[in-house]
Design a protein around this ligand. Structure first.
Ligand SMILES: C[S@@+](CC[C@H](N)C(=O)[O-])C[C@H]1O[C@@H](n2cnc3c(N)ncnc32)[C@H](O)[C@@H]1O
Length: 264
């Protein structure tokens, strides 16, 4: 059995967009282009509306399809895989210790961190509902762990807004592209909630779209952590070639990708 980490762009969404494009184009042909069913000004208006609709849908189909191929674990670029592995490279868990992956999706980062820290355990938590519920499930995570031959992992339901763990439970915390999905919540407060469950001396590696519009002033946040005694706190711009280039990040909608690392 091979692992299947799925895609951050659900395949069903690409298929749905392609089908909608084909349907609207058909309507364009019937009501706008051919003059079979409508005539005169009405036909012109229908042609304009349906033609524009077709072009807009076609644009999104091509864009989402390109994103899908770029992220695909089995594709040529394998961007999701390299981001997961690059983030996991920053996760250090002492032997016998436990790490937490917040918003683990299909378990990719949980499993990558567990492989790098074979004498530690890693817990992956997620809400497994909302926009990703059709692709990411707890069952999928467990199947992937089995397929990878990794047994030092466990998966349980947990919401980043209020994690179901006591203060200072984990020796390391990690996350990839999760908090920007949590709308209606201050992203710095979400980071603090994750850091709440980290033990004193534990390390963190959190990767997300940390643009100022989403996260506010992250330099101030880093200063605040340092003032509280956190050490080696760094913001790494991963669009500087670390994981991708600036232009690639822009068209992928991954501008602001940043890795926050350090020790509590
Ligand atoms: C883009 S996916 C990333 C999944 C995984 N971290 C990865 O890198 O493959 C975003 C994930 O965040 C999860 N998520 C969204 N809101 C969440 C919340 N409030 N608490 C926990 N997980 C959440 C989604 O269910 C989804 O699995």
């Amino acid at each position: 059995m091979k692992p299947d980490y799925k895609n951050w762009v659900p395949g069903g969404m690409v298929v749905g967009l392609a089908s909608a494009t084909a349907a609207v184009f058909l309507l364009f042909l019937l009501f706008g282009a051919t003059g079979l069913l409508l005539h005169g000004t009405v036909r012109l208006i229908a042609a304009l509306i349906l033609g524009t609709g077709t072009l807009v849908l076609l644009f999104f189909t091509v864009w989402m399809g390109a994103l899908y191929r770029t992220f695909d674990y089995n594709g040529k670029r394998k961007l999701a895989k390299s981001i997961i592995e690059g983030t996991a490279d920053h996760v250090r868990i002492p032997d016998g210790g436990t790490g937490l992956d917040v918003g683990c999706g299909s378990g990719a980062l949980t499993i990558a961190a567990a492989k790098r820290n074979p004498k530690a355990a890693v817990v992956g938590c997620d809400i497994w509902s909302g926009a990703y519920k059709a692709v990411f499930t707890k069952n999928r995570c467990e199947q992937n762990a089995r397929a990878e031959g990794v047994s030092n992992v466990r998966f349980e339901e947990g919401n980043a807004v209020s994690l179901p763990f006591a203060d200072e439970t984990f020796d390391a915390v990690m996350s990839n592209y999760v908090y920007h999905n949590v709308s209606g919540h201050d992203k710095q407060v979400l980071l603090l909630e994750t850091l709440r469950v980290l033990k004193k001396g534990g390390t963190f590696a959190i990767h997300d779209l940390m643009s100022a519009s989403r996260y506010g002033d992250m330099d101030r946040f880093v200063k605040k952590l340092k003032d509280e005694g956190y050490e080696d706190v760094r913001l790494i711009d991963t669009t500087d070639g670390t994981f991708m280039g600036k232009n690639e990040a822009k068209w992928l909608g991954l501008g602001g990708s940043t890795l926050l690392t350090g020790r509590k």
